[in-house]
Ligand binder design. Structure first.
Ligand SMILES: Nc1ncnc2c1ncn2[C@@H]1O[C@H](COP(=O)(O)OP(=O)(O)OP(=O)(O)O)[C@@H](O)[C@H]1O
Ligand SMILES: [Mg+2]
Length: 234
């Protein structure tokens, strides 16, 4: 459903990703793995229109996204849960979630989406009137994912959802992502927790210095010597 062909992007004159070709099929869960600075977040930004491409193309359900403004890309059903959560701290949980459904495709189903999100994340339901900024890191992460779901996304892009979370919250986060995937949402998951990511996704790409250096099924990557040495510490 999403297809990047030979995508390059840079910040100023410094290239961040070069010739990245990846795709995610309908209902698929795909990983984007790699070390700090490899270009994972930039790849997600290239999809959601937050960084200009220097070359290449991005297509969603056959439609070219290049040169579309970010809000229009969102309206097509691409939810981007950015690195570092970025919830609105002075707004309540409920208000943060409502913001996620501003797009026309989601607005009329706001009530049902809220119930869905609160069903997946009972912790958010208990705290719907709490200010987001006073929630724990794990709870804010749930809120960020929940806000993404409020869009009724066809594709949910998650940028390091487990970063900085205690092991228990990390487990919960991965369980919830698996649950969301089972509901039929396609997922593009950026993770540094490679073993957990490979347990969740069907396929993954490895980025190194802005280029895709390896790709394949989760099992083939988990058994790959280079991946084991570089990312799994085996
Ligand atoms: N706003 C920016 N301005 C300038 N350079 C940037 C900017 N954002 C990222 N870069 C550079 O682009 C390259 C790719 O960064 P990116 O954030 O995509 O990596 P990443 O794989 O997401 O890393 P991390 O795991 O640390 O989040 C890096 O060299 C980074 O320094
Ligand atoms: Mg990043």
């Amino acid at each position: 459903m999403i297809e990047l062909s030979n995508v390059s992007a840079s910040y100023g004159t410094v290239p961040a990703i070069t010739g990245v070709t990846i795709n995610v099929g309908e209902g698929e869960a795909v990983g984007l793995l790699g070390a700090n600075g490899a270009g994972k977040s930039t790849t997600l930004r290239a999809i959601s229109g937050l960084v200009k491409l220097t070359s290449g193309s991005v297509k969603f359900l056959g439609q070219a996204l290049v040169s579309m403004p970010p809000h229009r890309i969102t309206e097509l059903g691409i939810a981007h849960v950015p690195e570092g959560r970025q919830v609105f701290p002075e707004m309540t949980v409920n208000e943060n979630l409502e913001v996620g459904s501003y797009a026309p495709r989601a607005k009329s189903d706001r009530k049902a989406s809220l119930e869905l999100v609160y069903g997946i994340f009972p912790r958010l339901a208990e705290r719907r009137t709490q200010l987001a900024g006073t929630m724990s890191g794990g709870e804010q992460q749930m809120l960020a994912v929940g806000r993404g779901l409020m869009l009724k996304p066809r594709l949910l892009m998650l940028d390091e959802p487990s970063l900085g979370l205690a092991p228990v919250m990390c487990d919960v986060t991965f369980e919830k992502i698996a649950e969301i995937h089972k509901m039929g949402t396609a997922i593009l998951l950026v993770e540094q927790n490679v073993s957990r990511a490979l347990a969740l996704v069907q396929r993954a790409y490895v980025l190194e210095s802005g280029k895709v250096t390896m790709s394949g099924s989760s099992s083939s990557l988990a058994n790959n010597q280079e991946v084991r040495a570089a990312y799994l510490g085996i």
